[in-house]
Design a binder for this molecule. Structure first.
Ligand code: BTN
Length: 330
């Protein structure tokens, strides 16, 4: 195991989560009272407050009155998530801050166990095409699932599509107004704005099987991108619903759906998901631009084939099949 993993594994979030539970976004609480109820010193409360502020959490402080959160905040709670996860053999790591949940799980490649890592903050969250993934503390879901497949690496075509459908299934429970869609190969969008993305790292094992690390970034409570780090149109569940969302239930539901969908994919391959993809295909019959190997191709998206490859009807009328590329609406 790398030093990074050993170091990060110590960084549980239970103390901070407990402090956040004792703070409120409407009533000021004084440090001494918080300390007494938490059985820690006033100095330790102050240290925790400073840490949260360092992570970018806005906390008002008034002399003689105490502290109040500027916005609602509920941190991830491992016990609560654990209770709601129906796949009891899944190993669960919840950390306060880590470089990247995908990179962390690489230390467990070849372990042959399903392992999930979810964190409050990623210092080096990674997106596709070497982009970075904005991962502000306590706002969204940054989660990776290491899944050992009894399949050869060559049989994983379509995996990213299945993962986005698992995200869609999770979001459907929130009864969003119409507009939820999948954008090939693995974005989840809401009215053409990105809500979630997925990054997959794979490793072939010596016995002909393989393992995949499936990383999901889902925008949950983020309302602003203060440093303008996000380069594409985006939205969040809170922005759509107009209400703060508890990430614990969402996180557990996401784990349940991902593991369910991966088990189905392992048994039946992509074919059983094609109808579901069609139902949510945000690109179907839309004019699109595909960027591939520094070239731009324009055409009309025509859905996917059995392997999960994208069909585009080019301007000359011919339909071409693409297995990779960065696609946007024209
Ligand atoms: C993309 O749409 O570009 C993929 C974004 C994937 C982001 C997630 S957040 C959890 C996991 N850890 C990472 O470093 N990246 C993925």
């Amino acid at each position: 195991m790398s030093n990074n993993a050993r170091f990060s594994a110590k960084k549980g979030n239970s103390n901070l989560a407990s402090l956040v539970r004792h703070l409120s976004d409407s009533v000021y609480q004084d440090g001494t009272t918080i300390g007494k109820t938490m059985n820690i010193t006033r100095g330790a409360v102050w240290k925790g407050i400073k840490k949260l502020q360092k992570y970018g959490i806005k906390i008002y402080s008034i002399k003689g009155k105490g502290y109040a959160l500027a916005e609602p905040l509920i941190l991830l709670d491992k016990k609560l998530i654990r209770k709601q996860v129906i796949h009891k053999s899944v190993i669960l790591d919840i950390f306060e801050s880590i470089g990247s949940t995908n990179d962390y799980l690489k230390n467990y490649f070849s372990f042959n166990k399903v392992r999930v890592c979810a964190v409050e903050h990623q210092a080096h969250g990674r997106g596709r095409f070497n982009r970075s993934w904005h991962s502000p503390f306590g706002q969204n879901i940054y989660l990776s699932c290491l899944y050992p497949f009894q399949k050869d690496l060559s049989e994983l075509a379509g995996l990213s599509l299945v993962v986005s459908l698992a995200v869609i299934k999770t979001l459907k429970a929130y009864n969003l107004p119409a507009g939820l869609g999948v954008k090939w190969p693995n974005d989840v969008t809401y009215q053409a704005k990105k809500l979630a993305g997925c990054l997959i790292d794979v490793q072939a094992e010596a016995n002909g099987t393989c393992s995949a690390i499936i990383g999901i970034g889902l925008n949950v409570n983020m309302l602003h991108d203060e440093k303008n780090e996000i380069t594409q149109p985006w939205t969040s569940l809170r922005a759509i619903l107009g209400a703060y969302v508890d990430r614990n239930l969402l996180c557990a539901a996401l784990i349940n759906n991902i593991v369910d969908y991966l088990q189905q994919f392992e048994k039946h391959s992509l074919s059983i998901f094609l109808a579901e993809w069609q139902q949510f295909d945000a690109l179907y019959s839309r004019k699109v631009v595909l960027e591939i190997n520094n070239n731009k191709l324009c055409g009309k998206a025509k859905g996917i084939n059995e392997q999960g490859h994208l069909l585009i009807q080019l301007e000359n009328g011919a339909t071409q099949i693409f297995s990779s590329g960065d696609i946007s609406l024209d």
